[in-house]
Each structure stands twice: as structure tokens, then as C-alpha cells.
Design a protein around this ligand. Sequence first.
Ligand code: FMN
Length: 324
Amino acid sequence: MSIFELAENSWGSEPKLDVDALRRCFGQYATGVTVMTASVEGEPVAMTANSFSSVSLDPPLVSWSIKRVSQSFSKFRIAEDFAVNILADSQVDVSRNFGRSAGDKFKGIGWKRGLNGLPLLDGAAAHIQCRVANQFDGGDHLILLGRVMAFEHFDRKLLLFAQGRYAVAQDHPAIESSVDTTSTRGPSDSFIAGLMYRAYGALAERMEEVQRKQGFTPAEARILGAVATFSGYTTSELMPELYLGESAAKSAFASLRASGVISIDAKERIAFTELGNAKLALLLDALRRQQDQLLGGLPDEDIEAARRVFRQMIEMSRRQSARI
Ligand SMILES: Cc1cc2nc3c(=O)[nH]c(=O)nc-3n(C[C@H](O)[C@H](O)[C@H](O)COP(=O)(O)O)c2cc1C
């Protein structure tokens, strides 16, 4: 904890404002992240901002503030409209891109034009298009008040910014514990296989997103996980562990081999290359972080119990197939 008093101290001299300490203190207030855009003489202009706030519903008003020393300040000051692009949790790169001064910030970014040519970014969680209603002095910032002219939002998770870091939202454990996990509504709430199928579906999309960002298809990522687990296996020995159709597995093996991630010798034995080992480490690290986020609200002992049950099921099925 740190305490800074800005009032006159007992010696009668006013202490110097510690701007960094004040910034850290302001950072205790979590926000979303937006990219503010405008079109000035047809030229798109944009910057990352978390000073956005909704102000009024009737009339519909929002505000944000822009640092006077920003390169795009002169443009936003004269713009008649601005668009608020509320970023989704997959858009950290977009936030970073527009959070720096650069020539063409729109290079490589997907966007379209909205009202009066306002740039609207692809993949955002919401677009709010505004007409500037007023501007106010805000010290080293200028406060812009906008009247909402159009808005749309999409079913995406949000990017947050708190304590100087990017974050994602998850339900508070106090809310999760109020979810009744004991009552069942029907067969897919009571059959283990049905529950596993649905639980897998609930996680798979996010995990696959991470796999793709690391450059792998879900099938390739599954193979990498299996090769790391069952070292020294041949391609055919690995097949029962993959739960992939033969042609999907074959083409995933081929592309992993072609990209130099794995090697397959004359006896079909698979091994990671040096590049493969490095890529695997990155993939596992990213997947672990995603899994921690997805399961963050669950008690550790529940997660461990689930792991135990799944391992037992796999072992039981192995023993049964061995008997047949
Ligand atoms: C998460 C985040 C939030 C930001 N919020 C604001 C803000 O509300 N107002 C502002 O003026 N700058 C804000 N910035 C900084 C600007 O995005 C940054 O100064 C950028 O370089 C401005 O672009 P420009 O120099 O091209 O004008 C923020 C940056 C980040 C990463």
C-alpha cells in the first residue's frame, strides 16, 4: 500500500505530484479497452483508449478523453464524429497496434466504413457511432462527449485492462457456487458420456483458437500432444490415441512433417525435431494459460478429481479392449 497526500504537508510546502504513482492508483479501476476511430477528410484515424465511459441513456451519450500530446489529437479535435470500437478478448494485438504512434496503423487490420465513413474494426465486441456533442477541458486531456447515432454489439468475450495489464473477465467464484451442479434436467445432464461431450464442446472452441494462433490445426495439435505423451510410438501405434479419422490423421502427420515439426523414420517412428520441441513448448504454454482461464472459477480439488476420473476411464477402456 502507498499513501500520497497532495494537500500541503506540515512543513507548508506542497509535495511534488508523483505521476507514476497516480497512474498506478487510477489503474486500480478496471476498464474495457476501445479503439476510437474517426474519418477526417476521408482519412481514417484511430487510437486505443480506455477512458471511454457511458454517460446517459436518454439522450444517449458517451465520453472519452484524449491526451493533448497525442499525434492524432489535432485530428480528433476537429472530427465531427467518432466511433467507439469495444475490443474483444482476442484483440490484444489490435489494442497494441493502435496504442502506439505510427504512420499507417490500419495496415493489416480488417475494417469497414460506417456512418460518415467512420472506421469500424472487424472482430470488435461492439461498435458505437457518435456525433461529437461537446468538448471540455480535462487538464492534459480533452474530454469528448458524443451522442450515439448507431450501435451494434456481438456475442464476444471482452478485453479488459486493469492494474496496467490486459485481462479477461470470468465469473466470480461467488457466482459460480450459486450454480446448482447437482440437479439434472435430462439424459445429457446425467449420462457421463453426454456430459463429457458437452464439457468438451464448452472448452474446445477456445482451446482450438489458441492452437490456431500457434499455427496448428486442431488435428495437428492433437497429434503433437500425443507424440509428446507417447514418445517412441510409430504412426500406427499412435492412431488409437488420436480419435481422428484415418485421412485426417494422415494429412495432419504429413503437414507436421513437411513443416519440419516432426520427423518420421523408415519404421514409422515419430520424433520431434528441434523446431518441433520449441513449437511444442510454446503451444503447451499457451494452452495451459487458456485452460487456467477457462477453469479459473473451479476449485483445484474439483479439477484434480476430474483428471483422476478421466484417467481411470481411459485405463478401464484399455483393459477392456485388451480382454476382447
Ligand atoms: C489500454 C490503453 C488505453 C489507453 N487509453 C488512452 C486514453 O483513454 N486516452 C489517450 O489519450 N490515450 C490512451 N492510450 C494511449 C494511446 O493509445 C497512445 O498514446 C497512442 O500512441 C495514441 O496514438 P497517436 O499517438 O497516434 O495519437 C491508451 C493506450 C492503451 C494501450
